[in-house]
Design a protein around this ligand. Structure first.
Ligand SMILES: NC(=O)c1ccc[n+]([C@@H]2O[C@H](COP(=O)([O-])OP(=O)(O)OC[C@H]3O[C@@H](n4cnc5c(N)ncnc54)[C@H](OP(=O)(O)O)[C@@H]3O)[C@@H](O)[C@H]2O)c1
Length: 291
């Protein structure tokens, strides 16, 4: 049996599907039974609770031969750093208490850098916690998710413009979360994994203006990118309801992208390249919107 955190989410949902296709029993963890319906439809056992609760999480890990773990972003939490530390420590403690021998952890490119990367600093810290476990740990480090466009998709389509603070000439590996889930599932299904880092770089490196224009072409709306000044973006994000500390983490991460502080260590190779292009990802959006 494999325990999957975030089983109703982007990567966890894909992991559940792939593990069930391989015939592996899955304990699917999330806070909401209704949101776990898809995992259940694939034959997973729903396990409802809060992963910040070490007792619940230890129970969820008990008897697992492997676990998929991630650090969800909780915008309702009273502080990003506090929430990430609480969840990260609970995950490490539960894995240790339940003696889970194999762990696949969702991390990110940039988790090798200790400080100065905003959001990504907590993933660096979590890699340190998990590396100290008596377990084979694989750190899945993807590039920027295509799904990170989703919160701004409606305003983008309404105005034809996407604003952010990544410099227009910065080239980044962007990846579909389905590819990340597929890589994580392969690692979970390996009974004798080497552990260590597995980068997931998507099909190609792109600039944000290029990605936005190609997204617009598939959606049938011409879209362009404008690099916003940090102070303007900060006001826009907070005005849209993002907690101030989360907005700061976002700006700091983008500044790290702009300085070239976040990047692949392995380089683009067949092993780090995954199939989904932005066109394919956007086509899935179009087809699911039509349902
Ligand atoms: N965005 C990017 O570009 C990027 C790039 C690299 C890495 N990452 C990493 O990827 C993570 C997100 O992964 P994802 O997209 O697969 O997740 P996601 O789609 O945001 O889903 C989060 C999952 O966690 C569950 N969850 C949230 N809080 C929980 C809690 N307290 N207790 C139990 N379950 C909880 C959610 O279900 P319920 O809400 O129903 O509980 C959901 O299943 C980020 O947080 C970051 O660490 C992101």
């Amino acid at each position: 049996m494999i325990t999957v955190l975030g089983a109703s989410g982007n990567t966890g949902g894909r992991v559940v599907r792939r593990l069930r296709e391989a015939g592996v029993p899955v304990r699917a963890v999330g806070r909401d039974a209704a949101r776990l319906a898809d995992a259940v439809s694939h034959g997973a056992d729903p396990t409802v609770g809060d992963i910040a609760d070490p007792t619940f999480l230890t129970d969820a890990m008990q008897g697992a031969e492997a676990a998929y773990v991630l650090m969800p972003l909780d915008l309702a939490a009273p502080g990003y750093r506090t929430q990430q530390e609480q969840v990260g420590s609970a995950i490490a403690a539960a894995l240790a208490a339940a003696r889970v021998p194999r762990v696949v952890a969702l991390s990110s490119l940039g988790a090798d850098v200790a400080r100065g990367t905003g959001f990504l600093e907590t993933l660096h810290d979590q890699e340190q916690r998990l590396a100290a476990l008596d377990a084979r740990v694989t750190f899945v480090r993807p590039g920027l998710f295509f799904e990170s466009f989703l919160p701004s998709l409606a305003p983008m389509q309404a105005t034809g413009v996407h604003h952010d603070t990544i410099d227009p000439d910065v080239v980044l590996p962007m990846v579909a979360t389905a590819d990340v889930g597929d890589v994580a599932a392969v690692a979970l299904l390996d009974p004798t994994p080497a552990g260590g880092v597995r980068e997931v770089l998507g099909a190609e490196d792109v600039t944000i203006p290029d990605a936005v224009a190609r997204l617009g072409a598939v959606l049938g709306t011409p879209l362009r990118y404008e690099r916003a000044p940090d102070e303007v973006m900060r006001a826009v994000l907070v005005g849209a309801g993002l907690p101030a500390d989360v907005a700061e983490e976002h700006l700091a991460m983008n500044a790290a992208f702009n300085r070239g502080a976040v990047g692949s260590l392995a380089g683009r190779t067949p092993a780090t390249t995954t199939p989904t292009t932005i066109e394919r990802w956007a086509a899935t959006l179009v087809s699911t919107a039509g349902r």
